[in-house]
Ligand binder design. Structure first.
Ligand code: GDP
Ligand code: MG
Ligand code: ZN
Length: 373
């Protein structure tokens, strides 16, 4: 088995030397598998990155030698747990001839949420180094909403950057800046005019070669505008120029990856109406590490930080050292996260049992058939 990869053309797509280990592990597996299956003809694999997920398959880069950049994904990839499915930003091995997906490399990070269409997880982006969490200087700005995005991003070890767009449309830039610093003092944040190149210059340090940035935020906050301004030309449709249908649907219907002139790549995504977190317990704890630290000093181990005597958390609120809004948000996210995590786990276990039944039924059929023959 040969894996074909032109590392120089992958570097401009965000390839980092750290991914090599995962590739070699797969390579070893492939060799072993082949040794045990002498009948399988040797094939070659291409290493590519998923740049968009479409209903009919994956868009990948660089294109295969046949010029093909859309590759089919067989149904078997959608049968297992959501995390074993390909998503934007994944490094994958595809059959050099047919383009069929063969392996997904181990990910360095993964952004996921509870699927809005019920039950399971939805993968948003893989192998992300930094997340631009975008909101605007208007009613979209909500610390509680930002905390949801932050939990998901911190969970995966991705560096968060908070971006408030539309600074040119408000007289209160300083008030927004102060609020950001007060609520998120340990997180990089910027108030920008996304339409203005000079205004987005402070974001360039995150856009260097080898870096992959994910854009997260509601629809209409200026994510695609940021992609265009950072790119120096229009690569993404924004809502100004959108081919809007009569329901006023968003322009960016798919997640997609774009190369930036600074060398990095940026993942645009459609706006999210809601971000329900799941499997983000560590992210929530990291975001509220200060509250957790206070909680260690409560008199009772099982303190609910309501009206218990000797509650260090409530004391901090009384002393003005802890914003009661953050305490409330922490509690809410903890509960939501654990309920959603539980429901995802239950769904997975149901699916596993169903999978087993299908396998057993099919084995039964084969056994019967063998007896009949
Ligand atoms: N004045 C101004 N308009 C902006 C800014 N950022 C985005 N817009 C406009 O807001 C609308 C939505 O932007 P778009 O990039 O499509 O949002 P997306 O849904 O997050 O991708 C478009 O009309 C943009 O031109 C900004 O900083 N200032
Ligand atoms: Mg957009
Ligand atoms: Zn307490």
């Amino acid at each position: 088995m040969t894996i074909y990869a032109d590392i120089s053309s992958l570097t401009v797509l965000g390839w980092q030397p750290g991914f090599m280990q995962g590739l070699l592990a797969i390579d070893a597996d492939v060799q072993t598998n082949l040794d045990h299956a002498q009948a399988t003809p040797a094939k070659s694999l291409r290493l590519v990155r998923v740049t968009a997920v479409q209903r009919t398959g994956l868009q990948v880069a660089p294109a295969l030698s046949s010029g093909m950049d859309k590759v089919p994904v067989s149904g078997k990839w959608f049968r297992g747990a959501e995390e074993s499915r390909p998503t934007v930003g994944d490094w994958v091995l595809v059959d050099a001839q047919s383009g069929a997906l063969q392996h997904i490399l181990p990910r360095r990070s993964l952004v996921k949420r509870l699927s809005p269409s019920g039950g399971g997880l939805q993968l948003i982006a893989a192998n992300v180094d930094a997340a631009f969490i975008v909101t605007s200087c208007n009613t979209d700005f909500s610390p509680a909403r930002l905390e949801r995005y932050l939990s998901v991003v911190l969970e995966s070890g991705i560096e968060p950057v908070l971006i408030l767009t539309k600074s040119d449309l408000t007289d209160d830039v300083v008030a927004y800046q102060d609020e950001l610093h007060a609520q998120f003092k340990n997180i990089a944040s910027f108030v920008v005019n996304a339409l203005d190149e000079a205004s987005v210059l402070p974001l360039l340090p995150w856009c260097a070669a080898g870096q992959t940035i994910a854009l997260l935020g509601s629809s209409g906050v200026g994510k695609s505008t940021l992609v265009n301004t950072l790119s120096g030309h229009q690569v993404q449709l924004t809502q100004n120029t959108r081919e809007e249908d009569d329901k006023g649907r968003h322009t960016t219907t798919n997640r997609s990856l774009h190369k930036l002139p600074q060398g990095g790549v940026i993942l645009d995504s459609p706006g999210m109406r809601e971000l329900q977190i799941a499997e983000a317990e560590e992210g929530v704890d990291l975001l509220f590490a200060d509250v957790d630290e206070l909680a260690q000093m409560c008199r009772f181990n099982d303190c609910a930080h309501q009206a218990e005597p000797g509650c260090a958390v409530q004391q901090a609120v009384t002393d003005g050292d802890l914003d009661p809004r953050r305490l409330e948000s922490y509690g809410k996210l903890k509960v939501e996260e654990s309920i959603n995590r539980e429901s995802v786990a239950q769904r997975h276990s149901r699916e596993r049992q169903f999978g087993k039944k299908v396998k057993m039924a099919s084995a039964d059929k084969h056994r019967k058939k063998a007896l009949e023959d």
